[in-house]
Design a protein around this ligand. Sequence first.
Ligand SMILES: Nc1nc2c(ncn2[C@@H]2O[C@H](COP(=O)(O)OP(=O)(O)OP(=O)(O)O)[C@@H](O)[C@H]2O)c(=O)[nH]1
Ligand SMILES: [Mg+2]
Length: 463
Amino acid sequence: MAALDLVPNRPNHGRSASAPPSIEESGVLLPPNRFYNEESQRISNMIDDELKKESALRKEAKRKEIKVMLLGQAESGKSTLQKQFQLYYASQSLEHERPSWKPIVHFNIIKAVRMILDEIEYEVSRTENDEETEAEVEVESIEIADADKTELMDLRKRLLQVVALHDSLASELSGGVSITGGRTGVFVRSGWQTLLTPSRGWMGNVASTKSTAVAGMAAKTLNSSQDEIRQLWSHPVVKKFLDLRRIRLEESAPFFLDNLERIVQPDYVPGIEDVLSVRLQTLGVIEHSFPINLGGTMYDWRLYDVGGARGQRHAWVPYFDDATAIIFLAPISAFDQYLEEDPRTNRIDDSLQLFTAICSNQLLNKAHLVLMLNKTDLLKQKLKAGIKVAKYITSYGKRPNKYEDVSNYFRAHFIQIHKRKDISNRALYVHFTSMLDIKATQSIIVNVGEAIIRQHIAQTGLA
Ligand SMILES: Nc1nc2c(ncn2[C@@H]2O[C@H](COP(=O)(O)OP(=O)(O)OP(=O)(O)O)[C@@H](O)[C@H]2O)c(=O)[nH]1
Ligand SMILES: [Mg+2]
């Protein structure tokens, strides 16, 4: 084979007059170069088209993203509404989570037992101690018969093991999180269920639920102490203190104590009613998302459930500027209650102040606004029990202490705030709700969901 004829590599600038023309000069490579230019242009156009398509898809996905914030004070029912949405649009996931609610239901019972016993102990020690402090004199002491005292103190001793679980279970369920200011309870952040929800591949076998050591101990202790808890719950002195509102339990406590026998069974799995009734404070902002089909188009519905206590509200703001809608919850049963974080502030007053801040917030000026006047069932109960609105809200005056009048009075206040303070004169949709009533709430959810999506379509021109 002949050796290759190699051209010596000479630096360009040293090219002699007889040197062959450069590639550009020779024009030899022009046709293939043109081909490359055309090809690269074609590829570049293709990439541009792809990018445009992607960006259009992204824009469309963004327009189909409906971001809804649930706002309102603590215990207004935001997480309960979120569960109702989940129940309607993603019932499988709520079904799957049911076992993880078991220790939380147990915690609700333990907390109620502790609150009852604390109050009883305080009242017993007051009546035994002749020298009352000035503050105590203001509250009339109630005579407790000696036999009742002995019985209740004995029950207290037997229930110490239940009470002893309170702090450790709260700490474990909250992942060690606690809140400054002495509030007690369970707080959850986003993703808490992974701690307690059965792993993937779960086939309905409740026994496979991951249960922490303390949660397991709580379940056993409640089971073995059920008789004492029942005796305490049905004791006439406890009933009397509850009637006189000297003991103020969390709103869901009576429901769980009435259902004790079912709840302390070893194979107990919370039902939907239990999951809706449970009290569990939200910490920070928790996002839930599920698809909603409206007229054949799928929308990516994103709910932002926030912690409503005053110390939590700063965490809402970063979510404001791209919120599609706000659902504001105000519990109108709370006219006789005060904020846990600020016992001088009436809870209705706090809701009105918070609603004013939301209506006038510049960052929220494009968000659609829905107001839910919640806990109407509890409002009816309180009015029926003879609790007078005017005793707590003097401006209520001599109006009738009836549900129609009271609920319309509160609604008028919220509507007036909206009229005066709303930054963008937008429409306000108002609903009276009772979030534990599944049937009624589900129909409101569908209406509210569709109204928000339709308004969004009208605003963005999305077909
Ligand atoms: N009776 C009754 N109870 C309700 C209603 N809505 C919510 N609840 C109960 O009120 C309690 C508080 O509700 P949540 O949904 O946890 O309140 P939240 O607004 O999420 O509270 P934070 O997370 O602390 O901001 C729970 O025990 C609920 O079951 C209602 O309309 N009627
Ligand atoms: Mg919550």
